[in-house]
Write a protein that binds this ligand. Structure first.
Ligand SMILES: Cc1cc2nc3c(=O)[nH]c(=O)nc-3n(C[C@H](O)[C@H](O)[C@H](O)COP(=O)(O)OP(=O)(O)OC[C@H]3O[C@@H](n4cnc5c(N)ncnc54)[C@H](O)[C@@H]3O)c2cc1C
Length: 385
């Protein structure tokens, strides 16, 4: 199978890097729910996680399409970027809304890899998808914000120095618009006094280093505020198109991996004296998943094109994420079914990738919420929630 996409040189180099991290590496991490530290170090050392940081701050200053190519290739090679993809894009909030002093303080160290900003604390147990109902508070007392509350599903918090935290700085009953009153703090978790910050890992069906985080009178210097107080929700939203596009790229990579595995196996495996791939019942789900993947890939490219032209491709980025997640899930299902019993054996890596691919129907945004966005913002139907 041949796919001609942009940034072929980057794709080739990332593919080469991934050969050092074969299935056995990921199986072991998965079995132990261990952080893939060696893989993350290799990506950091090669500079890929600094792709989107402008050159003036020590990064490569590459366009979003290059970051998409990096993440897609990682997934197409059977690896998984979830342990570190946020290091690529979480800094975008600092880049777009941070002060010059904050950019100078943080971005070069993030670009170099000596400082990790890959924890993003938005979701809370009681608010879930309804972000504006979040309850974690930050009250300004002297030179510090005092933070109290809880986040859940804060991925990579144990493997990050900084956390981008969305919290309430004005009580809900005092705000005019429900999107007001929230602020973004860039928390340096290394400086938090003992017992004010507690991070507890959550074991999940796939190896994802996700956690729940508790704040108990945690002091955060007032200088850690990003942008203006009360505008945090808008700042977080401004990074969503890029995030959707990058996650969609990972899903496309996963879909390609599954399709390649499935079609190869369908050719090799002989039952009833002929390759199973000769049966249309085996061919069609793979061909269908391929069609879905190609359509999603076109939407993704359109989203990237508009993004790089300086547009605000909310529709295309959301569609790309949903279609790519659906395509990867269809490909996962076809791949598992094509492998029959062997699909369930750890050593084939399919059951692991199958578990990993399922996440993207739910996170970072669930399919229902994308459909609600399309219904409301593209088709002008009433808001449903
Ligand atoms: C492994 C993992 C990693 C994650 N990493 C992070 C992270 O790093 N940082 C972070 O902040 N969050 C993270 N999340 C959280 C993730 O973004 C949320 O799980 C996701 O947004 C869904 O929210 P929820 O789980 O609270 O579901 P809920 O909001 O409780 O929703 C449950 C179900 O109801 C549906 N639903 C809810 N409201 C509506 C509606 N109005 N219309 C139709 N359907 C609706 C949802 O689609 C969903 O299927 C992660 C989650 C997981 C599982």
């Amino acid at each position: 199978m041949k796919y001609e996409l942009d940034h072929q040189d980057i794709r080739n180099a990332v593919e080469q890097l991934c050969t050092d991290f074969p299935g056995e590496y990921w199986r072991q991490c998965d079995r132990e729910q261990a952080y893939p530290a060696a893989f993350v170090t290799a990506l950091t050392d090669a500079g890929y996680l600094a792709a989107l940081i402008p050159e003036e701050f020590g990064g490569s200053g590459l366009p979003l399409s290059a970051a998409a190519a990096i993440l897609e290739t990682i997934h197409q090679q059977g690896c998984n970027a979830a342990a570190c993809h946020a290091q690529m894009y979480t800094m975008g909030t600092v880049l777009r809304h941070g002060s010059e002093a904050q950019k100078k303080q943080y971005l070069p160290a993030i670009a170099e890899g000596s400082l990790r900003l890959q924890a993003f604390g938005v979701t809370e147990p009681s608010s879930g998808t309804d972000t504006t109902a979040l309850r974690t508070t930050a009250k300004l007392e002297g030179d510090n914000y005092i933070v109290n509350g809880q986040k859940i599903w804060t991925s990579r918090a144990e493997y990050s120095d900084l956390m981008l935290l969305l919290c309430r700085t004005m009580p809900r009953d005092q705000i005019k618009k429900r999107t007001d009153g929230l602020s973004v703090l860039l928390v340096d978790m290394r400086d938090c006094p003992d017992k004010t910050l507690t991070i507890r890992p959550i074991r999940t069906m796939m190896n994802h280093a996700t956690t729940e985080v508790f704040f108990d009178n945690m002091p955060v210097p007032a200088t850690s505020l990003i942008g203006e107080e009360g505008k945090g929700f808008r700042y977080i939203l401004s990074g969503m198109n890029a995030e959707r596009i990058l996650i969609a790229s990972e899903c496309i990579g996963d879909a390609k991996w599954f399709i390649e595995k499935a079609s190869s196996y369908a050719n090799e495996r002989s039952v009833f004296g002929r390759p199973i791939g000769q049966n249309q019942g085996v061919q069609f789900p793979i061909a269908k998943a391929y069609s879905q993947m190609r359509a999603a890939e076109l939407m993704l490219r359109e989203a990237i094109r508009l993004y790089e032209d300086g547009e605000n491709p909310g529709e295309e980025a959301n569609l790309a994420k949903m279609l790519a997640a659906d395509a990867s899930w269809a490909a996962a299902e076809a791949c598992l079914q094509t492998h029959g019993g062997f699909g369930f054996a750890e050593e084939y890596d399919i059951e692991r990738k199958f578990r990993e691919a399922r996440l993207y129907q739910v996170a970072p945004i669930s399919t229902n919420l994308i459909l609600s966005y399309i219904a409301e913002h593209v088709l002008d139907m009433p808001r449903s929630y």
